[in-house]
Design a protein around this ligand. Structure first.
Ligand code: ADP
Length: 193
C-alpha cells in the first residue's frame, strides 16, 4: 500500500515529482491546487468561491479544502493508495485527514519533504511565471505564498516527524536526480511510533 504525502515550499517541484512518483507506484496524484485551478477554469461554483484566494496566494478556507479532499479520497481509484500533493497545509487539515483515513481503516506511510532553499524556489517561480503565466506567480504573490507556507505549513513537518513518517529529500538537482531520491525514500520502511 502506498499512501503518501509530498510537502515543500511553493516552487520546490512538488507537482513535477508527484506526477512521476504516481506513475512509478501506480497511484493517483491528488493536487488540491490543480483541483482548484481546474474548477476556476471550468467556472464551477467551487471555482468561483476559491478564485480570490488563489489569486492572492492565501490558503483556501479549511472547510472548503477538506470537503474537496474527502470527496476525492472516497473515489474508487484511491482504494489502493494515493499521493497527496499540497494537502494537508494546516494543522486542522492534518486532523481532518487523520479522521478520514481512520474512517477508512487506513494510515499514511511516508511523508516526503522536499528541501530547497528559499532563493532557489523564488528563482524557479519567477521562471515559471514567464513560461506558464500562473495568476499566483507575480513577485508579490510569490512572497506571500512563501510566507504563508513558513507560518502555516512548515510546522506540520514536526507533527509527521514525531510519527516517524518524514523522509527529507534534497530538492536541488535535475528532475531525474530528485525523483531517484524520492523513490529511494519511499522504498525505506517508515518508523511509525
Ligand atoms: P504551490 O505549492 O506552488 O503554491 P499549489 O498548486 O499547491 O501551488 O497551490 C496553489 C494555491 O491553491 C495555494 O496558494 C492556495 O491558495 C490553494 N491551495 C492548494 N492547496 C491548498 C490547501 N491544502 N489548503 C488551502 N489552500 C490550498
Amino acid at each position: 500500500m502506498t499512501r503518501l504525502l509530498i510537502m515543500g515550499p511553493p516552487g520546490a517541484g512538488k507537482g513535477t515529482q508527484a506526477e512521476l512518483v504516481a506513475k512509478r507506484f501506480a497511484v493517483p496524484a491528488i493536487s488540491t491546487g490543480d483541483i482548484f485551478r481546474s474548477n476556476i477554469a471550468d467556472q464551477t461554483e467551487l471555482g468561483r468561491e476559491v478564485k480570490s484566494y488563489l489569486d492572492s496566494g492565501r490558503y483556501v478556507p479549511d472547510e472548503l479544502t477538506n470537503e474537496v479532499v474527502r470527496d476525492r479520497l472516497s473515489q474508487a481509484d484511491v482504494a489502493d493508495g494515493f499521493l497527496l500533493d499540497g494537502y494537508p497545509r494546516t494543522l486542522s487539515q492534518v486532523d481532518f485527514l487523520d479522521k478520514v483515513l481512520a474512517e477508512q481503516g487506513h494510515e499514511l506511510d511516508h511523508v516526503i519533504v522536499l528541501d530547497v532553499d528559499v532563493d532557489e524556489v523564488v528563482k524557479r517561480l519567477h521562471q515559471r511565471a514567464i513560461q506558464e503565466g500562473r495568476s499566483d506567480d507575480s513577485p508579490e504573490v510569490i512572497r506571500e505564498r512563501q510566507e504563508v507556507y513558513l507560518q502555516q505549513t512548515a510546522p506540520l513537518i514536526a507533527v509527521y516527524r514525531d510519527r516517524g513518517l518524514v523522509f527529507e529529500v534534497d530538492g536541488l538537482g535535475s528532475v531525474e536526480e530528485v525523483q531517484q531520491r524520492v523513490a529511494d525514500a519511499i522504498a525505506q520502511p517508515p518508523q511509525p511510533h
